[in-house]
Write a new protein. Structure first.
Length: 322
């Protein structure tokens, strides 16, 4: 990690916690995480504490991955140019090194020319400023994180969690990433294409008149789930159930069911050896064609490509051949 004065402490903790918890089946650490700064010593944070950073920028020359978190200085980035010491530090990074940013750390990557012509994101509140300073970047303000070759960006502090888990999954597979997620009690996967700012609340409603129907639906995703059947579970008319469901979840029942089925399919593709048609049946899509359509709409890739990403090419290719 390359940190700067005005560091957001949570972002420092995210990287050390997630990568630091990644371990092999035998318990061996899979990453060594080092923090560096331009001038080693006490670094000001966004709170009333400082962080003592022992390493200087020279460690960047040995890194396989470099992560640039936010500084409060990013909120007033001036003309969008790097000062000489920061530019020199980034110049130490070896070609081919994976480079990522959290939140407005993307301003640093853009100023260094690392995002030119690439797809990237940043915090939604900073998008207008980012576009004005870096019009050569393909900014996508509506996603949690992006990956364009060996350069990755995330939208905000919390989406830094999603980005780190995505990198761990890409490096070491779904089992390792899921274990890290369980240890830190965070969702194991949120798709990078998910909108970063959702107006409906993320938690389940405190008082919910459709909770029983939703729980039953999740347990029975492999079968048809007509709306009248779900409504009957709550002793409501279809019209009342639909209205209450949308009020509580921010989605129609049909939209919610598709999301649940996509998530079930993704889990099966990642964690099982079931053929794609069985995955389609067990997640309630019925046919591989239907699964392919909905998975591509949600993730941009086919079921076979999705499995190849998270389980390696050998298993996916054997399945396709069979």
């Amino acid at each position: 990690m390359l940190v700067r004065p005005g560091l957001l402490q949570m972002e420092l903790g995210i990287v050390h916690q997630l990568f630091g918890k990644a371990a092999s089946a035998s318990g061996e650490p899979l990453y060594t995480v080092l923090t560096c700064t331009l001038s080693p010593g006490a670094i000001r944070t966004d709170a009333d504490v400082t962080v003592n950073v022992a390493h200087g920028p020279e460690v960047l020359a040995e890194a396989d991955t470099v992560i640039v978190p936010t500084s409060d200085e990013d909120y007033t980035p001036g003309d969008g140019r790097l000062d000489a010491p920061l530019a020199a530090a980034l110049g130490l990074i070896r070609p081919g090194t994976r480079i990522a940013s959290i939140c407005t750390g993307s301003f640093v990557l853009a100023a260094a020319g690392l995002l030119k012509g690439r797809r990237a994101t940043t915090h939604w509140q900073s998008c207008d400023q980012f576009r004005a300073l870096h019009p050569d970047v393909l900014l996508d303000p509506d996603v949690l994180y992006t990956e364009d070759g060996d350069v990755l960006t995330s939208a905000g502090v919390a989406s830094g969690i999603d980005l780190c888990l995505h990198m761990i999954r890409s490096d070491h597979g779904v089992a390792v990433a899921n274990a890290v997620a369980r240890t830190t009690v965070v969702p194991p996967h949120r798709d990078g294409g998910q909108a970063q700012y959702i107006r409906r609340p993320v938690p389940e409603p405190t008082v919910s008149s459709t909770r029983r129907a939703r729980a039953w639906a999740v347990d029975n995703l492999d079968r048809p789930l007509p709306l009248r059947e779900l409504a009957a579970l709550e002793s409501m008319s279809v019209r009342t159930f639909t209205r209450r469901f949308r009020e509580e979840m921010g989605l129609s029942p049909a939209q919610w069911l598709i999301r649940q089925r996509v998530e079930r399919a993704r889990q099966l593709l990642e964690e099982s050896d079931l053929p794609v048609d069985r995955v389609a049946a067990n997640s309630g899509f019925g046919t591989a064609v239907s699964l392919r359509h909905h998975l591509q709409e949600a993730t941009g890739v086919t079921p076979t490509a999705y499995r190849r990403t998270f389980r390696g090419p050998g298993e996916a290719d054997r399945e396709a051949a069979g």
